[in-house]
Design a protein around this ligand. Structure first.
Ligand code: SF4
Ligand code: SF4
Length: 129
């Protein structure tokens, strides 16, 4: 399994209404991060602060400036330390990564999914509760 290369596919796929934040996270944003809290509506994320419509894309996903034009797009999260639990817990399952075309997956992971899952569990252990 490769390291995450910040391809952004997961954030692009799930950032348009398929992410959830816990009530505790929302409460903390309200107090300490009003710039994040303004994108919350009725306990759900991410909504346009002005129109109150669901956004098509996570507002905190940023394209990293390229040094060379031929480089692949690379993304970063502008609220990385305060991102919601759903984001912190991704990726959690090999099947999900394959479905999402996560670029951490290698041929060997497809051939040995159980081994790959164990490797992933170890890799993600510090992010999981
Ligand atoms: S909050 Fe950060 S990690 Fe979560 S979808 Fe947005 S950019 Fe990605
Ligand atoms: S899809 Fe996989 S490789 Fe791409 S940013 Fe998400 S975790 Fe990283």
């Amino acid at each position: 399994m490769k390291d995450c290369n910040q391809c952004g596919k997961c954030c692009i796929k799930y950032g348009n209404g398929d992410l959830a934040a816990t009530q505790e996270e929302i409460d903390l944003w309200e107090i300490f991060n009003p710039d994040i809290f303004e994108y919350v509506k009725d306990g759900k994320i991410w909504f346009d602060p002005e129109t109150r419509e669901q956004l098509d894309r996570c507002p905190f996903l940023e394209l990293v400036p390229k040094i060379k034009v031929e480089e692949k797009d690379k993304y970063t999260c502008s609220i990385y330390q305060d991102r919601p639990e759903d984001c912190r817990l991704y990726p959690s399952l090999i099947d999900e990564m394959v479905r999402d075309e996560c670029e951490m997956i290698e041929i060997d992971d497809l051939e040995n999914p159980n081994k790959a899952q164990k490797q992933l569990d170890k890799l993600m252990s510090s992010s999981r509760p």
